[in-house]
Design a protein around this ligand. Structure first.
Ligand code: NDP
Length: 362
């Protein structure tokens, strides 16, 4: 038996109110079962929405872990180490690093027992850190697929076409910046103004070092002069902005849509401002813009093979030093760490203006 602890919830609500730490034991693995130990698991915005009960995919409340009430384990992605394998496990061995094939399995737990078929083995883990592996399957995959699948880039014109995005300092945003740089797409990045001018400039610099072609604040985008800025950057539109990635909504999204060249796409994948996306009719009629949505969970379930190769591709870039880590706010989960402390860390996820994404390391 292995002793384990999991951060579980039995009803929906604010993480600090509904999350609790549950201790249980895990038996030796049978058949194709695999026992795992947590390395790193991030706290993503969707994880909190899921606990609040406002996210479309809701893991079922179950009694498998012996909780007093049926419960679900929080978290949707993470890196785990294999500590034991059942007799019929063929593709995994002790010491391997794995990630979960699908979201909704619950990753905020010190140990887990899953079936081999639910896991993706990380080949050649040397040169990778648990953080890189534990954050590869949601944000980078989302950025990668949105850039590749919604726009027919003219690869002959590498370096002469643009992507625009808001929330550019988010995990997805940082991945998008680096993928664009890698693929010869220019990126125009929108972030929210910081408290001081110095902090704003520091953030702009940081994103440029990642490969951003240009960085502007949301406030700058809302001014009338922004049209001229865009004209200048895009050489009067000779370098068209062909794709917009939107995780904010509201006026911010409308302003981005106005910068797009005719026949371009705007992909909405988040709604951080909680404001609806308003589409000026003229953009639909005269510019023939298309507005799409993307949800990586659904996409991954439909395209499991492509998901795995996308992950492989990003990890390959990471090993080669061409894909940098996101800034993180690490929460050390030790065996004796108390539940409220872990729940408090989760609570901060939707706060905004954070210096880094919260991650549990065990
Ligand atoms: P991070 O936790 O890394 O970053 C959060 C981002 O949201 C920051 O850029 C932050 O900007 C911004 N933000 C927070 N509050 C607001 C607000 N009120 N108005 C505008 N911006 C705000 O996020 P992720 O990269 O993990 O996720 C980013 C978004 O993408 C989320 O909405 C998430 O749900 C979504 N997502 C969607 C996926 C899909 O498949 N559809 C997959 C992955 C993520 P600041 O620093 O200025 O606060």
């Amino acid at each position: 038996y292995t002793q384990a602890k999991a951060l579980v919830y039995s009803k929906y609500g604010e993480p600090k109110d509904v999350l609790s730490l549950h201790k249980h034991s895990i038996s030796a693995p049978h058949g194709t079962q695999v026992n795992l130990r947590l390395l790193t698991a991030p706290m993503n915005p969707a994880d909190v929405n899921q606990i609040q009960g406002v996210y479309p995919s809701k893991p079922p409340f179950q009694t498998l872990l012996g909780t007093p009430n049926p419960s679900a384990v929080g978290g949707n992605e993470g890196a785990f180490e294999v500590i034991a394998t059942g007799a019929n496990v063929k593709t995994l061995a002790k010491g391997d690093w794995v990630i979960m094939r699908q979201t909704g399995q619950g990753t905020w737990r010190t140990h887990a027992q899953l079936d081999e078929s639910q896991l993706i083995r990380i080949e050649n883990k040397d040169g990778l850190t648990p953080l890189q592996v534990g954050t590869v399957s949601v944000n980078p995959v989302t950025a990668y697929r949105m850039i590749r699948d919604f726009c027919e880039w003219d690869w002959m014109r590498a370096g002469e076409e643009w992507m625009i995005q808001n929330g550019a300092n988010s995990g997805v945003g940082r991945a998008a910046i680096q993928l664009c740089r890698e693929w010869g797409i220019k990126s125009l990045n929108v972030v929210r103004e910081r408290k001081t001018h110095e902090e704003t400039e520091a953030l702009k610099k940081e994103l440029k070092e990642l490969g951003a072609t240009a960085v502007v604040t949301e406030e700058e985008m809302m001014t009338t002069g922004f049209k001229d800025t865009v004209a200048q950057l895009t050489r009067q539109g000779r370098e068209p902005i062909r794709l917009a990635l939107n995780c904010v909504g509201g006026k911010n999204a409308t302003a981005m849509a106005k910068t797009l060249a005719p026949d371009s796409h705007m992909v909405t994948y988040g709604a951080m401002s909680k404001q609806p996306v308003a589409l000026p009719s003229g953009l639909l009629i005269f510019k023939n813009l298309s507005f799409d949505g993307f949800w990586v969970s659904r996409w991954g379930d439909k395209n499991p093979v492509l998901k795995e190769s996308t992950i492989k591709d990003v990890l390959q870039m990471t090993r080669a030093g061409r894909f940098k880590d996101i800034p993180v706010d690490e929460v050390q989960w030790k065996w004796n760490t108390e539940g409220p402390q872990l729940a408090e860390a989760v609570q901060g996820t939707l706060g905004g203006y954070r210096s880094g994404k919260g991650v549990f390391t065990f």
